[in-house]
Ligand binder design. Sequence first.
Ligand code: TRP
Length: 337
Amino acid sequence: MATPAPSKKVILSGIQPTNRLQLGNYLGAIKNWVKLQKDFDCHYMAVDLHAITARQDPQELRNNTYTAIALYIASGVDLEHCSLFVQSHVPQHSQLAWLLNCYGYMGELSRMTQYKDKSSKAGANIPVGLFTYPLLMAADILLYDTHLVPVGDDQKQHLELTRDVAQRLNGLYGDDTFVVPEPYIAPVAARIMDLLNPTTKMSKSAVNENGSLFLTDSPADIEKKFKRAETDSGKEIRFDEENKPGVSNLLSIQSAITGESIAAIEARYVNKMYGHLKVETAEIVKQELAPIQKRTQELLGDKAELERILKTGAEKATAKAEVTLRRLHERIGFILR
Ligand code: TRP
């Protein structure tokens, strides 16, 4: 008899449906998600529960969540191979987050740099959720027996905390209570910078929107934004993040989309001008995004179909999450219903 194929490792990731998704989310995260789905058992979500740690306009939050899901699918997230869902559709996330609230420590949460940063900007009334945010993220991860979490630098500390909490519970309730997750470092991780401020990361919530390229931007906007992109003094086109952050960013964008090496791209630009680089980068981005935007619009035009997809995703996720949650309830000493 043939030996059964080893089961795939579990990957989980989420993006907050705040504001509109931008090119950095696509090249840094979503494009990678698509690559991983063949080799791993993938779970991707729109983390709306995390989003409300900052005030959201209800209509905007709803639209952004629909659009985010549509963009994931349009970008190639394959529903046959992954589970794709909205965090609030799976109540076990909130339930496990409460339990973890009773095992995470004030001290370790106080050390989270993202909390320190965000709470210092929140004014007098800091929502408690901003403080416990990493434990909700830990719940997201631990519910699915996740082995690997693709994370950027800004989330490494939260993943470290997830590991600590998982190990703490394993110590109390047995080693097989939770799988202790590891970070997944992508072989080539694209780090896309702001077009006007190329030393800071491109963000959904930049002060000046012209520095961010949103995935829903029109072709004319894409051209305009690249035309205005900050380039550096001098005129040589080469990759040098220290001295030429703007030019380097455009080269990174091209490379992340086409898969061509930076060196090969540089070679094409010998004796060319910054203008060429900007126009051609805009062209490459437009071509990459055009079919994604078209498919996104089709999906958004058929809400019934989108809702059916979300229902299936939520059911698949719930079934798995419930097993983990019951396991923990039982070990903690709750009477199972
Ligand atoms: N906190 C993450 C961010 O802001 C989003 C997130 C929530 C997440 N839950 C997660 C990422 C679980 C990975 C795994 O980027």
